[in-house]
Design a protein. Structure first.
Length: 255
């Protein structure tokens, strides 16, 4: 007959990895998602994975080792959630740069998901990313990543190594480069419009071109955003589909 105390500790280790990962995902980190719902989803996923996880019994019997492993499991979950957060951050950066160029950055609103002040185009990009995330079943990739993590990185085997630190730093740096790539059609078009306005201001110094040109830039930005959705949407989808490989790589860097 299995020891209930040992099995309960095993379940807690699985739960802490799952809940720390889900808490990092932007969709679930919102204050509008209740703690009860987050805990319930985490408990359900942990229950489904509980039977597939093996943990050394001698480790579970030591309370100090158990606390250390809990910290490791939370670290693994946060690291996996970081991969998802980087993708969403890249998309919001693209929207923020576009808003800065069009002038929408001056009119900011409250984002109900993050409870922070965001620009209009930044919010549009984020909502578009959420729709694409579920449309291509990227949430299944997240669930698969949780299951794969227990196979690639058994409970208690995580270690903080130098290659992992370098990967996290490089992934953070890519937020801006990927964001510029996503918003490139609009950003480049608005940059050319700024050059044109600069030439006009030299030719017609009596007219304040930069003030008069704000409505034109807004029209150009929105028009170009509409026309470039055929490029932006597949680019976002490819980023979400690549999360599977990114998670696998980051797990192997912790072995």
């Amino acid at each position: 007959m299995p020891d209930i105390g040992i099995e309960a500790q095993k379940f807690m280790l699985v739960f802490f990895r799952v809940v720390s990962m889900l808490w990092m995902i932007p969709l679930l980190s919102s204050r509008y998602v209740s703690v009860t719902f987050k805990a319930g989803v985490s408990l359900l996923i942990a229950f489904l994975l509980y039977g597939t996880v093996d943990v050394a019994a001698d480790v579970l019997g030591d309370p100090f080792a158990f606390l250390l492993i809990i910290a490791k499991e939370a670290f693994i979950g946060i690291t996996i959630g970081f991969v998802v957060k980087v993708v969403f951050s890249s998309i919001t950066v693209a929207g923020d740069v576009m808003s800065l160029q069009t002038g929408f950055a001056f009119a900011r609103l409250m984002d109900p998901f993050t409870m922070t002040q965001v620009s209009v185009l930044e919010q549009v990009k984020y909502l578009l990313a959420v729709m694409i995330f579920f449309a291509i079943d990227a949430h299944y990739i997240v669930f698969k990543a949780i299951s794969t993590s227990f196979r690639e990185l058994p409970v208690g085997s995580a270690a903080l190594k130098e290659p992992l630190v370098h990967y996290v730093v490089s992934a953070t740096a890519k937020i801006f480069s990927v964001g510029l790539k996503i918003g490139a059609p609009v950003i480049v078009t608005l940059f050319l419009a700024e050059l044109a306005f600069g030439m006009l201001s030299r030719m017609i110094p009596q007219v304040n071109i930069f003030i008069e040109g704000v409505p034109v830039k807004i029209l150009i930005g929105i028009s170009m955003l509409t026309l470039s959705l055929g490029f932006i949407a597949p680019c976002m989808a490819s980023l979400f589909k690549a999360m599977d490989g990114d998670v696998l790589r980051i797990l192997r860097l912790m072995v």
